[in-house]
Design a protein around this ligand. Structure first.
Ligand SMILES: [Zn+2]
Length: 419
């Protein structure tokens, strides 16, 4: 659908310096936003030229969502479905489609190595190509907090490795070279992953010395790559700040002093209010503190995950559970909502707040110049919804349509007029 068309709605939330535009519209051409503005500006721009119009009436148009930290292709398929090696790809593709139907058109995918997956980055890219969305991959090593710690790396696939190999320069160079963005490239603390506390008694244990971490960070930077880490708790966060890590994933338990230090060092944070570490996850107050301290922060699901018992849920946003009690990207709006509404109470604008699940995630992925906001020249990746995602709505059923590069790829509105 490269032919130009117009789209108009009661309100556009641009997540740019233009803020929210009442009775606004866009001219979409060749998959990009050719013009955006108040409807009167669009009409003036057209100078009487007739183009097909999609009128969204009293719905709201916003950038589509970005979930910049997920595990949908490698870890999740076997957790959500009883798949085998032969059907892992089909499982992953199904989870991508579910994310797309949740309004998400960009994901940051972690490839960590997995005992039951012999797929490589090449396979994961092939699966991703089946669904109209943009995936950015990060290659990691992972340490799971079993009684005997289990280590894997994306470079060694399904074969477990010893701690010493996590420091192997050849392995690290492969991870750095093939990482497209700073995801959780290494786990400073052993992770509980999807296991129950009795299964992972060593979750949270520190894995690297300061000197080891400094060496790894230097190796990534020498390869021209920023690095991100999985980290929770004051000790691990301090180690990451001291080593000049670029992105902290989770940062559960970050202290006031560390928030100020992160801001001064221009460190970015991916908050995961659903869980993901041994520590209680980010609270709405903590996320607001980060935003107000000037730390660039994105909210992400880390899906699929079992919700942490101390995760903060609004009473009206009950999540629907996928297989085995794990939650997926369909809860992105719901887990972000308490923080987003708290920021609204504190006087932040709709665009500043919506950035948490759109533009900020695109910044983490290094793709802010392509999407994450509604501006002229950006990819036409947007939603048509009954309200502002995360702020006013938390259920995916409220997202009527999803557009990716100008093409309508999800539609809950057509054919439902009589319902
Ligand atoms: Zn993760």
């Amino acid at each position: 659908m490269d032919a130009p068309y117009l789209i108009r709605a009661k309100k556009l939330v641009t997540v740019s310096e233009r803020g929210s535009i009442a009775d606004g519209g866009m001219l979409i051409a060749q998959g990009r936003i050719a013009k955006i503005g108040a409807w009167s500006e669009i009409e003036e721009h057209l100078q009487g030229k007739e183009l097909p119009l999609v009128d969204c009436g009293d719905r709201v148009i916003t950038p589509s969502l970005v979930d910049c930290h997920t595990h949908l292709l490698e870890f999740a398929p076997a957790s959500v479905y009883p798949v085998t090696e032969a059907t892992q790809g089909a499982g992953g593709i199904s989870l991508l489609l579910s994310a797309l139907a949740s309004g998400i058109t960009a994901l940051g995918e972690q490839i960590c190595g997995h005992p039951n997956s012999r797929c490589t980055l090449r396979h994961y890219r092939q699966f991703a190509a089946q669904v109209p969305m943009d995936l950015t991959f990060s290659l990691s090593s992972i340490t799971i907090g079993f009684a005997r710690l289990a280590h894997f790396t994306a470079a060694t696939g399904s074969r477990p490795v010893e701690k010493e190999q996590l420091l192997d320069p050849h392995i690290l160079q492969t991870l750095a070279a093939d990482s497209e963005y700073p995801g959780e490239n290494l786990f400073l603390n052993a992770t509980p992953a999807n296991f129950t506390p009795d299964q992972v008694p060593r979750a949270g244990e520190m894995i690297y010395t300061q000197a080891e971490l400094n060496r790894i960070v230097d190796l990534f930077h020498a390869a021209g790559k920023p690095i991100g880490v999985h980290v929770g708790g004051e000790e691990g966060i301090q180690q990451a700040l001291d080593a000049e890590v670029d992105v902290l994933h989770h940062a559960h338990g970050i202290t006031e002093r560390q928030i100020a230090e992160a801001a001064a060092r221009k460190v970015r944070i991916v908050a995961t209010p659903l869980g993901g570490t041994h520590e209680p996850p980010n609270s709405p107050e903590q996320i607001a503190r980060l935003v107000e301290a000037g730390v660039p922060v994105a909210i992400s699901t880390d899906a699929y995950l079992p919700p942490h018992p101390k995760a903060f849920w609004p009473p009206f946003a009950k999540p629907t559970k996928a297989g085995r009690g794990l939650l997926g990207p369909d809860v992105l709006m719901a887990i972000a909502q308490p923080s987003m509404q708290f920021l609204a109470e504190r006087g932040h604008t709709e665009s500043e707040i919506l950035s948490l699940i759109t533009r900020s995630g695109a910044q983490i992925l290094g793709k802010e110049h392509r999407y994450g906001s509604l501006r002229e020249g950006r990819e036409a990746n947007f939603l048509v919804a009954t309200g502002v995602p995360g702020l006013e709505i938390a259920s995916v059923e409220e997202i009527g349509q999803v557009y990716y590069r100008g093409v309508k790829v999800i539609d809950r509105l057509s054919g439902r007029a009589g319902e």
